[in-house]
Design a protein around this ligand. Structure first.
Ligand SMILES: O=C([O-])CC(=O)C(=O)O
Length: 169
């Protein structure tokens, strides 16, 4: 596992220490169900979203466009039947400057994901790809694992977990 030279320096634990009295939902912590599969462990950036179900058309379109340091949060409805990201899309995301992908669903091609210079978190590995039918929506608010994530939020992921905030931390 490699960490990009430009890997940001922050601590999700420190963020949570500073916000542990916050009951306004300014800092949201994603449940610990996301595994780390990418070549970058710590990543952060402003959020873009895709909402889809067993169809990664919009995920492909997003990672093939300039990422500009953003984190793509994919609400795949936690499907355990199709993989929304594989080696090709991971490489595209790295090449186009995405900081990371957080997938509420499955990914595949673990050997290729681990060599991609991009953060990749997902619920699980699964070898079956989607069939692209042009479905899905981009940049809508999504609720993943019970937590709201909106386009323009900031997401921070490190070895301890993933937190989301309405403003940069
Ligand atoms: O193309 C897909 O649907 C997913 C995949 O396997 C890849 O990204 O390599």
């Amino acid at each position: 596992m490699t960490t990009a030279a430009s890997s940001p320096s922050f601590s999700t634990c420190d963020f949570c220490d500073a916000h542990k009295g916050d009951d306004q939902g300014e800092l949201r912590v994603l449940p610990p169900v996301f595994q780390n599969y990418g070549g970058v462990v710590s990543f952060c950036g402003p959020v873009s979203t895709v909402k889809c179900f067993e169809d990664n058309t919009q995920v492909k379109a997003a990672v093939e466009s300039p990422g500009q340091g953003r984190v793509l949060v994919v609400d795949g409805g936690a499907s355990l039947r199709r993989a929304l990201v594989g080696g090709n899309l991971a490489m595209a995301a790295a090449k186009n400057g995405w900081a990371g992908l957080v997938v509420n669903g499955c990914v595949r091609d673990i050997a290729e994901l681990q060599t991609a210079s991009v953060g990749i978190r997902a619920v699980g590995l699964l070898p079956m790809p989607t069939e692209r039918r042009g479905e899905g929506r981009s940049d809508v608010p999504v609720q993943i694992q019970g937590v709201w994530v909106r386009p323009g939020d900031w997401l921070y992921a490190d070895a301890d977990g993933i937190v989301v905030s309405g403003r940069p931390l």
